[in-house]
Ligand binder design. Structure first.
Ligand SMILES: [Ca+2]
Ligand SMILES: [Ca+2]
Ligand SMILES: [Ca+2]
Ligand SMILES: [Ca+2]
Length: 499
C-alpha cells in the first residue's frame, strides 16, 4: 500500500521526497482537473500552479488510468494528441511562436480562435504586438528575478521542448484563453521527471487579459504581475518542486513587488492575511485559499527592514530546502536561512513579525506599500485584572485590544504550554494611523512557559494591542498532502495588570 508509506516515521531523512499516494493522489488529480475546467463567473483563485504542482508530485501514487489523465493535464498546450481532455490548443489550429534571449512565446495564429491573442502587428515585425509585449515583460522579469544584483535566483532548469534548434535554451510561454477558467495564469512542471526535486516546466498566461474577463483598465497590468509571479514559480521548481505549497505562493506573490513595484496587485491578497490571524500561516484553506498568497508579507518582513535579512534570505530558504530536516519543509528552510544570515531562527522572527503586523500601516516593521494594507483583525479585548484563555494553532496569532488610558504602566502576562515556542507583545501607537510613532515591547518564549512585557504611560497612545503568537512550526510527520504539526490547539492565557 503506497498510502501507508506516507505516514512518515520520525526518521525523516529516510522519507522519499513528497509524493502522496492513494486517496491523496487521486484528490490532487480531481483538484487539478476541476481547476482547468471552465467555471464562468469572476476570477477567484489566482493561479492553477498549486493544483498542477500537487498533481505532478502525486503522479507516482496514481493508478495507470489516472496517470494518463494526469499526464494530459500537465501536458503543454502544443502537445496536441497527448491531451485528449481538451486543455491544449484546439487540434488543427495554426500555432506560431516568437523568441527573445531567454523565452519563447507560443500563440494560436488564427483570428477567430478563442485561444488567439489580438493578432494586430502595428510595428510590422511579424509578431502580434501582444506577444511582443509579453516577451518584453518576460525579459524584464528575468532581469529582476534571475540576473545577479537584484533577486539573483538560479535560471530555470533547461527543458526539452519549445522552439528553435535547441528547445532547451529558452523557457516557454503559452498564450491561451484562461478567463473562462477563472485563472490569471499558471506554471506547470512537465510530466515524466520522476522523483527529481529540481524540475523544468512551462508557463501559461491569458491570451489578452480582456477587461471583460479580468476588470483591469490596462490589460498589461495583470499580464505583468501574473508573469512575474508565474516565472518565480518556474524558478522555484529548479530549487525544490516538493517544497510546501504555501511557500510557493507566499514567495511568488512576494516577488511581484520587486519586478513591478508600482502595480501593487499583491496588496489585495493581504486582506486575506489580515482577516485570518488565527489560522496558521501555512494553512492552504484559510480565507478561501487566499491566505497563502497574503503570506507574502512574511517574506517581505524577512527581506525588508523589519527582519533585516535582505532579499537573499528568501532565496536562501529555497536553496537549502532539499537539505533541511525534514527535507522540503518550509519552516525548516526558513529556520536555516535565518540562522545562515545571523538570526536566531524562525520562532523568534515569527514573534517579531506578528508584533509588527499590529501597526504595519504606520510603516512599523518596514513592509512595502504598508499604508495600503488593511488593519490586522483584532479578536476581542483584554481588560485589566481579567484572564483571557484561548487556543492557538502553530504559526497563528491573536491580537487583542487594550484600553489606552492612564499613567501607570500596564503589564501583559502570557502563559504558553511548556515546550511550545511562543511570544507576546504590547504594541502602542501614538497619533494617527498612517504616520504615528509606534512603541513595541516583545518577548520570545523559546521553551514556552510564562512571560511578560510592560508599557509605560499607556494614556499617551491612540491604540494599544496585545499580540500573542504560537511561533512553533515543528512537525512530527506527514500525512496525505500536508505536515502534521506538533503544536496545534495549544492553550494560552493572557492577563493584563496595572502596576
Ligand atoms: Ca509586433
Ligand atoms: Ca524550452
Ligand atoms: Ca482572455
Ligand atoms: Ca509597491
Amino acid at each position: 500500500m503506497v498510502a501507508s508509506l506516507l505516514i512518515a516515521a520520525p526518521a525523516f531523512a529516510q522519507q522519499p521526497p513528497g509524493p502522496p499516494g492513494g486517496e491523496a493522489a487521486s484528490e490532487a488529480l480531481a483538484t487539478a482537473a476541476a481547476t482547468l475546467t471552465p467555471q464562468g463567473g469572476p476570477v477567484q483563485v489566482p493561479d492553477a500552479t498549486l493544483a498542477m504542482n500537487a498533481l505532478a508530485a502525486a503522479m507516482p501514487g496514481l493508478e495507470a488510468g489516472e496517470r494518463k489523465r494526469a499526464r494530459s493535464l500537465l501536458a503543454r498546450p502544443t502537445d496536441g494528441a497527448a491531451d485528449p481532455f481538451g486543455h491544449g490548443y484546439p487540434s488543427g489550429a495554426p500555432v506560431a511562436y516568437a523568441e527573445s534571449p531567454h523565452f519563447c512565446v507560443f500563440w494560436v495564429d488564427e483570428p477567430q480562435n478563442k485561444d488567439a491573442p489580438n493578432l494586430a502587428d502595428a510595428d510590422a515585425d511579424g509578431v502580434p504586438d501582444y506577444a511582443d509585449a509579453i516577451l518584453e515583460i518576460a525579459e524584464f522579469s528575468y532581469s529582476v528575478e534571475v540576473a545577479p544584483g537584484a533577486l539573483g535566483w538560479r535560471a530555470p532548469k533547461p527543458d526539452t521542448k519549445g522552439c528553435g534548434a535547441d528547445p532547451s535554451a529558452r523557457a516557454d510561454i503559452y498564450l491561451k484563453q484562461l478567463g473562462d477558467l477563472g485563472l490569471f495564469g499558471y506554471e506547470s512542471v512537465d510530466p515524466g521527471q520522476g522523483l527529481e526535486r529540481r524540475k523544468y516546466g512551462y508557463m501559461v498566461i491569458d491570451n489578452d487579459y480582456a477587461r471583460s474577463e479580468y476588470g483591469y483598465p490596462d490589460p498589461l497590468e495583470p499580464a505583468r504581475v501574473t508573469f512575474a509571479h508565474e516565472f518565480n514559480h518556474l524558478l522555484q521548481q529548479n530549487y525544490d518542486s516538493y517544497q510546501d505549497l504555501w511557500m510557493f505562493e507566499a514567495t511568488a506573490t512576494w516577488s511581484e513587488e520587486f519586478v513591478y513595484p508600482a502595480i501593487n496587485d499583491y496588496v489585495r491578497y493581504i486582506r486575506a492575511f489580515a482577516s485570518s490571524p488565527g489560522a496558521p500561516i501555512t494553512d492552504r484553506e484559510a480565507a478561501g485559499g487566499l491566505k497563502i498568497y497574503g503570506a507574502n508579507v512574511w517574506n517581505h518582513w524577512l527581506s525588508g527592514s523589519g527582519g533585516g535579512y535582505g532579499v537573499e534570505a528568501v532565496r536562501r530558504a529555497w536553496e537549502v530546502s532539499p537539505t533541511v530536516e525534514p527535507p522540503d519543509f518550509a519552516i525548516s528552510a526558513y529556520e536555516r536561512a535565518i540562522r545562515n544570515r545571523g538570526g536566531k531562527g524562525f520562532g523568534r522572527e515569527f514573534v517579531d513579525f506578528a508584533a509588527a503586523t499590529a501597526e504595519w500601516r504606520t510603516g512599523f516593521g518596514g513592509f512595502p506599500d504598508a499604508s495600503l494594507y488593511p488593519d490586522m483583525k483584532r479578536k476581542g479585548a483584554l481588560r485589566e485584572a481579567r484572564t483571557k484563555r484561548f487556543r492557538l494553532d502553530h504559526t497563528a496569532m491573536r491580537l487583542l485590544d487594550v484600553r489606552a488610558r492612564g499613567k501607570r504602566p500596564i503589564k501583559l502576562t502570557v502563559r504558553a504550554p511548556d515546550g511550545t515556542r511562543a511570544g507576546l507583545a504590547l504594541v502602542g501607537r501614538r497619533r494617527d494611523r498612517a504616520g504615528g510613532r509606534v512603541t513595541g515591547k516583545r518577548e520570545y518564549l523559546g521553551r514556552g512557559g510564562k512571560g511578560s512585557v510592560s508599557l509605560d504611560s499607556p494614556g499617551r497612545f491612540k491604540r494599544i494591542t496585545a499580540v500573542i503568537a504560537n511561533a512553533d512550526g515543528r512537525v512530527k510527520g506527514f500525512a496525505g498532502t500536508d505536515w502534521i504539526y506538533r503544536k496545534d490547539g495549544q492553550k494560552f492565557s493572557a492577563r493584563l495588570r496595572r502596576r
